[in-house]
Design a protein around this ligand. Structure first.
Ligand code: GDP
Ligand code: MG
Length: 225
């Protein structure tokens, strides 16, 4: 069994900062962690065995490896499984990725692995409280989808956001996804990250379900199916 934890959120919402803190905590708790990131400049130091499979990788600490996606996502998971055997893979999708689509992509890796099963951790979507106004105006549709498909909405950067912006972030998130758990914190100050790690360890999120996604789309765009 491999558990996949996605940290979604728009570009600049603090995903990379957050998931590195998250990984440190989980490694300290004894997990063997892999991180898959979509867009990075600095994470490109080579680790030979993973490089052999065409992945760019960097070992961050004893129990954690970080890969930049080279091939397709499902293949990256399968290769990680073969070469590193993580028990938990933390994924930073691109800022425009949709959580349910990523779930499906992750599950495709089961076809390339021998009996290994993918389990999803709760989907955490970061909402950048500092830039909530911009998010609501310029990329609203996308941010709405990322919130709608989240299990946990993590209102991020509360270290420097005003209470007004934090409140706006909460109200906006609740209006789109009243069922999501709301958490507050800051990847930079390591605030709320431990609690997020607890959720990832102890809880799961449903597998990709096409009928469920269609229902979501219908609600979003209306019309008959
Ligand atoms: N104030 C504040 N800034 C943050 C926090 N987390 C990240 N940032 C900043 O936000 C910017 C984007 O962060 P990054 O982790 O690269 O976001 P990503 O694009 O979602 O991966 C960087 O300038 C970070 O220093 C936070 O908790 N508080
Ligand atoms: Mg990033």
């Amino acid at each position: 069994m491999v558990k996949i934890a996605q940290v979604a959120g728009f570009l600049g919402s603090g995903k990379t900062t957050f998931l590195i803190e998250l990984a440190k905590i989980l490694v300290d708790r004894g997990h063997k962690i892999a991180i898959i990131v979509n867009d990075v400049g600095e994470i490109n130091v080579d680790v030979k065995i993973v490089e052999m499979y065409g992945l760019k990788a960097k070992e961050i600490s004893g129990g954690c490896i970080c890969c930049q996606i080279a091939g397709n996502f499902a293949n990256t998971i399968a290769v990680l499984q073969k070469t590193f055997q993580p028990d938990l893979i933390i994924v930073e999708p691109s800022g425009v990725a949709i959580p349910w689509g990523l779930k499906r992509a992750a599950e495709y890796s089961e076809e390339e692995m021998d009996g290994e099963v993918i389990v999803h951790a709760p989907v955490i979507t970061l909402v950048d409280a500092l830039r909530i106004d911009e998010l609501i105006t310029s990329v609203r549709r996308l941010v709405e989808t990322q919130i709608r498909e989240a299990d946990v909405v993590f209102i991020n950067k509360v270290d420097s956001a005003t209470q007004e912006k934090i409140d706006l972030s909460v109200n906006f998130s609740k209006s789109i996804n009243p069922n999501a758990e709301i958490m507050f914190g800051s990847g930079r100050n390591n605030q709320g990250v431990r609690e997020a790690a607890d959720l990832i360890e102890t809880r799961t999120s449903p597998r990709y379900d096409e009928s469920y996604e269609k229902e979501m789309l219908k609600r979003e765009y209306g019309g008959k199916s």
